[in-house]
Design a protein around this ligand. Structure first.
Ligand SMILES: [Zn+2]
Length: 168
């Protein structure tokens, strides 16, 4: 029933496509969200974007409970960053790019507009880890990968070591 989804890896063209908005807030969407949360947990991820499981749709799930207390899984549909503040550096990884971990600079806090699984519009100001994960996942919806945000020198090192394909 709650089957898991197959992760798409770097080199798969779907990771470079701009994902399409979601317009139907139906039972099928709820099922997709449940499957994505299950897949994220099984893969030990703290965030997962729909293109990473082969769906070019503007949907992401996040669950930072492994690193922050009192958090639970959340789905953001058609998310948009309205405002951002500050700057911070943290080490990131990605389920679609195994074996690569690098420091990435991002805004420290972001105000995000999104819809929940019922289609209700929400605006939330995020900071800390949740802000970071949501920004990483929104990048996925726009065909951007975190390795695009690291230094070319470091990226080349990972290409040389075969962790990133030469045409990434
Ligand atoms: Zn990722």
């Amino acid at each position: 029933m709650n089957s898991t989804m197959k992760i798409r890896y770097i080199g798969d063209p779907i990771l470079r496509k701009k994902a399409e908005p979601i317009t139907e807030f139906d039972q099928k969407l709820k099922h997709t969200v449940e499957q994505m949360v299950t897949t994220m947990h099984l893969e030990d991820g703290i965030g997962l974007a729909a293109p990473q499981v082969g769906l070019s749709k503007r949907l992401l799930v996040v669950d930072i409970s492994p690193i922050v207390k009192n958090e639970k899984p959340q789905a953001c549909i058609n998310p948009e960053i309205l405002d951002s503040e500050g700057e911070c550096v943290e080490e990131e990884g990605c389920l679609s790019i195994p074996d690569v971990m690098e420091m990435v600079v991002r805004p420290e806090s972001v105000t995000v507009a999104y819809q929940n699984v019922e289609g209700e519009k929400k605006v939330e100001k995020l900071s800390g880890w949740k802000a970071r994960v949501v920004q990483h996942e929104i990048d996925h919806l726009n065909g951007i990968l975190f390795i695009d945000r690291i230094s070319p020198l470091k990226r080349q090192m990972h290409i040389n070591k075969g962790r990133i394909p030469a045409t990434y």
